[in-house]
Ligand binder design. Structure first.
Ligand SMILES: *[C@@H]1O[C@H](CO)[C@@H](O)[C@H](O)[C@H]1NC(C)=O
Ligand SMILES: *[C@@H]1O[C@H](CO)[C@@H](O)[C@H](O)[C@H]1NC(C)=O
Ligand SMILES: *[C@@H]1O[C@H](CO)[C@@H](O)[C@H](O)[C@H]1NC(C)=O
Length: 132
């Protein structure tokens, strides 16, 4: 196939896929982080925006994203190896893993000194140790 023909067919495929893409992208999920480190500041950074966010005590920050979009295109998971830093500590944790978090569309994480805890409703939390 010539380069031109290949470009045209790539474009066609994109045009055909676009409506489905828009549909799946409309289904947003929220990933939220609350600083529960007492009086410490928390700096959190994830691949989704590769930008450090400074959270003071009890501050909350959230990202919107499409879990479906992540899966279909097999890109680097946007919430893998997020970094969590505060004075004297630097941890890594996955804020969204499909098999573990696929059931939440508003995943609310509470960041504690020894664990990341996801609110599961009814005043319950599922806590996980830091990856590193
Ligand atoms: C937390 O961050 C704020 C804003 O940058 C700063 O004024 C404050 O001193 C920090 N607090 C601690 C405990 O590091
Ligand atoms: C996360 O970090 C670990 C350890 O540094 C690395 O082996 C892994 O490939 C990283 N995963 C992603 C999705 O970046
Ligand atoms: C998601 O959860 C956070 C923290 O629990 C809450 O403040 C926020 O209102 C929720 N957002 C939606 C859209 O439900």
């Amino acid at each position: 196939m010539s380069l031109f023909a290949r470009s045209v067919s790539t474009l066609l495929v994109l045009i055909l896929l676009l409506p489905t893409l828009n549909n799946t992208m409309a289904e947003k999920a929220l990933i939220g982080v609350t600083n529960n480190l007492g009086s410490r500041n928390l700096t959190v950074s994830c691949k989704i925006d590769n930008h450090p966010h400074l959270l003071g005590p009890t501050d909350y920050y959230e990202w919107k994203f499409s879990p479906e979009y992540n899966d279909e295109f097999g890109t680097e998971p946007l919430f893998s190896n997020c970094s969590f830093q505060w004075e004297g500590a630097h941890h890594s944790f996955d804020l969204y893993v499909l098999v573990r978090d696929g059931d939440c569309n508003n995943c609310s994480w509470h960041i504690k000194l020894d664990a990341a805890c996801r609110y599961t409703g009814n005043l319950r939390f599922a806590c996980y140790q830091w990856k590193t």
